[in-house]
Design a protein around this ligand. Structure first.
Ligand code: ACM
Ligand code: ZN
Length: 762
């Protein structure tokens, strides 16, 4: 922070101190939240014509705001800096992309160091104006006023991105422009355009016309979920692509919004559509169709000279279209089976002295990097590009977690964080069973809001390599533009705040406060016609054990709301204290604004079985991403969602054998032990093949009671031990991991995940 900023802040405090009412003024709902925002009593009325001075460097900001105001009947007229009602001037002491904004009772003064900051200042003004301005309503211009504010603002991260996969489903250029508008409104500055996929190649390459005449179309598309058995297809040809003229138009549009576009041309994997058009690019040379279902495909580019020639020709055309500094070359999910069986690939490994196929992938990426570096472009790749050795100048996009990002930062490579657990906007955002079909996972708004792109294990120096973060939008289950909006909003609001304002950290920067701004922001989204998801009024319920008692707790994440509930369909009560539970119980509850019900009613059934008051031990601990409910979640009387393994009842274990021991507290008699496993091969989750149950009197010497072989052909796999009149104090379950994921399946070769929810002892 510059000296100028601190001085300004002192003046701010002084000028506010004689305004005793200031504390009661509600701050405007700006997203992302400015770093410093002071509100004063009063407002500034805008005229239908306003004199405006702008530093000549800030043409984009001026153009943006003139075009924004004009349809609302407000015209900006040029004037000198001294005379203008609205001034936008340069201040070289501000930080990069930063700006200040002062709306006083007389005029508007804005400062910025660079054109980006000036543009972001205008996005803030925009959010101070009535939401109806979004759709340009001439009638609104009379008597419009701005609240009196003083703002100092600057982004926490230099990379604030959103991605969109146009391969699985295709969206026309007009939607891409709309998407860019959303990004700009939220001060995001990178659009990662995922242009090539197994299911469709989406960018015109003049030298290879079959990429668009053939590879941009598939014969049909999977209907329903990948995990459905049997899979079904719609029988309809599907596709589309952007011409180079379309791309130029979109790039020019993005430039006006301060957005850099990063095109992604996937290699060596996710290349089946390209290989379908040009089979000689694959190892076998055999013809393959453009993929019609989702997943990871064995068909990858073969690192032959003619493949490199092809890719270099493609990239030459791509480089000419995109002026930004980066080209994304993919690098993720490239199965190595074809390379293992290919004489050319094996000869190349020998010739180049490579250790294995991972080093061959590294060789592939390094060659492409060197070609692009010579053309003045830097590469970005998914975190698999770490395997076999990073290309010297590559930026890593860490998606399989943050570990790849940590490793890359330690190797002094730049990193963009996009871990599935916080940044995958294709995951479900609610536990509501009526949510539109999604790929899986669970990423509610509050979790995105809680994201910190900088892992705590990094030193300060290492942390400086984290450029920022990005939301990824994989579109297997988003066949319409409306569905893209639904999955993106409101999670993009939370992410924009993480990357602009910085991770949530102090009491003024809480999810409840953010949620109340989102609630207000709905008006703007409505005016924009955005199809956003709305789960702000959902209830969070928890089960806690206290002094041998089970307590059911309810919580709403929105501020100033109350909760009403019924226990076993009895009297409706206002929730104040945790509800004691002593038997099987049904709780129904809803959030209220005074007497007005909001959101949906939740219904929770608590199974008061013989394990709920016990103690539990797990070996090993669940994976940190799937341990929300802690080990107690397995004996808290509550089942997980049947469609969201990421909720707080399911625990996930990555590749390990699991042992669960339950101490029932005293000799207990029971006849049944029931449990469930999640089984979703598309997400690398497999129910175990067998499980074993043991009993013990002393917690040390266990004897086997029963063993179950499980069939895993449904999403929920039930294990049911019927053991009449068993009496024991300790129970143990051994759950061997499924093992390596078989060839031909998603994640083949990796060890499977195990997910388990409740162990019901009756
Ligand atoms: C990815 O999600 N395959 C990068
Ligand atoms: Zn090959």
């Amino acid at each position: 922070m510059t000296r100028y900023f601190s001085l300004l802040f002192v003046i701010l405090l002084i000028s506010c101190s004689d305004n005793t009412k200031m504390a009661f003024l509600s701050p405007p709902s700006i997203i992302p939240k400015p770093q410093k925002l002071e509100v004063r009593e009063g407002s500034l009325t805008l005229g239908a014509t306003m004199t405006f001075y702008s530093d000549p460097e800030f043409g984009l900001a001026k153009q943006f705001i003139s075009e924004y105001l004009l349809p609302n009947g407000i015209v900006l007229e040029p004037a000198s800096e001294e005379k203008a009602f609205w001034v936008l001037k340069k201040d070289t002491l501000l930080s990069k992309e930063g700006y200040t904004l002062e709306v006083s009772a007389k005029r508007i003064i804005m400062t910025a160091r660079d054109p980006e900051g000036a543009f972001y200042g205008m996005q803030t003004i925009r959010q101070l104006l009535p939401p109806t301005f979004e759709n340009g309503n001439l009638k609104e211009s009379k008597g419009i006023s701005l609240p009196l504010v003083k703002i100092e603002d600057t982004p926490r991260f230099s990379y604030r991105g959103m991605h969109l996969d146009v391969g699985r489903h295709f969206y026309g250029k007009e939607f891409i422009k709309k998407y860019l508008n959303y990004l700009a409104m939220l001060k995001m500055n990178y659009f990662h355009w995922h242009l090539t996929e197994d299911q469709g190649w989406r960018i015109e390459i003049k030298k290879y016309p079959e990429l668009t005449s053939h590879a941009a179309y598939r014969e049909e598309t999977l209907i329903g979920h990948y995990n459905d058995a049997p899979q079904q297809f719609d029988g309809e040809r599907y596709g589309g692509f952007y011409t180079q003229e379309d791309v130029k138009e979109v790039v020019a549009y993005a430039q006006k919004l301060n957005i850099t576009i990063i095109p992604e041309i996937e290699m060596p994997g996710h290349a089946q559509a390209a290989i379908s058009a040009y089979p000689e690019l694959g190892c076998s040379g055999e013809s393959v169709p453009v993929a019609t279902q989702w997943g990871v495909f064995e068909e990858v580019f073969c690192p032959k000279e003619e493949t490199f020639t092809f890719l270099e020709n493609v990239l030459t055309e791509v480089v000419a279209l995109f002026p930004g500094p980066y080209i994304h070359i993919g690098g993720d999910e490239a199965p190595k089976s074809h390379w293992k069986n290919c004489a050319h690939c094996q000869a190349l490994i020998k010739k180049e002295g490579l250790k294995d196929e991972h080093e061959l992938q590294s060789y592939f990426i390094k060659r492409i990097e060197s070609f692009l570096n010579e053309k003045g472009k830097a590469i970005i790749g998914w975190d698999e590009i770490l395997e076999g050795g990073l290309a010297p100048n590559a930026t890593v996009m860490s998606w399989r977690g943050v570990q790849g990002g940590i490793e890359a930062a330690r190797q002094q490579h730049q990193v963009i964080m996009t871990p599935t657990s916080f940044c995958y906007f294709d995951y479900y955002q609610s536990e509501d069973p009526n949510e539109p079909l999604a790929i899986g996972g669970f990423l509610p708004l509050e979790k995105v809001y809680g994201f910190n792109p900088v892992p705590t294990e990094l030193s300060k120096e290492e942390a400086s390599f984290i450029l920022g973060a990005q939301g990824n939008v994989w579109t297997e289950y988003m066949d319409t533009e409306k569905q893209v909006e639904y999955m993106v909003f409101p999670r993009i609001l939370a992410l924009s705040e993480v990357v602009w304002t910085g991770p949530a950290k102090d009491p003024t920067h809480t999810y409840a406060e953010f949620a109340s701004r989102v609630e207000t922001f709905h008006q703007r989204l409505d005016a924009l016609g955005v199809n956003y998801a709305h789960h702000l009024y959902k209830l969070i319920s928890m089960i806690e054990k206290n002094d041998g008692q089970i307590l059911y707790k309810l919580q709403t994440l929105s501020a100033n709301k109350k909760i009403k509930f019924q226990k076993d369909y009895g009297e409706i009560q206002t929730y104040q204290d945790p509800i004691p539970v002593q038997k099987n119980t049904v709780i129904t509850a809803q959030v209220f604004d005074e007497e007005k019900p909001l959101g949906t009613i939740v219904k929770d059934s608590i199974i008061f079985h013989k394990g709920v008051l016990g103690d539990i031990n797990l070996q090993p601990e669940p994976h940190p991403n799937y341990s929300a409910g802690g080990k107690e979640a397995l004996i808290n009387g509550r089942l997980g969602s049947s469609t969201r393994y990421g909720d707080s009842e399911w625990l996930g274990f990555s590749g390990e054998d699991v042992t669960i021991t339950i101490d029932l507290g005293k000799e207990t008699s029971f006849s049944n032990v029931n449990l469930r496993f999640y089984h979703a091969p598309g997400q690398w989750i497999y129910a175990p093949k067998e499980i074993r149950l043991y009993a013990s009197e002393d917690g040390t010497h266990f004897s086997q009671v029963d063993r179950k072989i499980l069939d895993n052909n449904e999403t929920l796999v039930h294990a049911h031990f019927h053991i009449p009149n068993t009496v024991t104090k300790f129970l143990k379950l051994e759950i061997p991991n499924y093992g390596k994921i078989p060839d031909g399946q998603q994640g083949a070769g990796n060890r499977a995940w195990t997910f388990v929810d409740e162990i019901i002892i009756e």
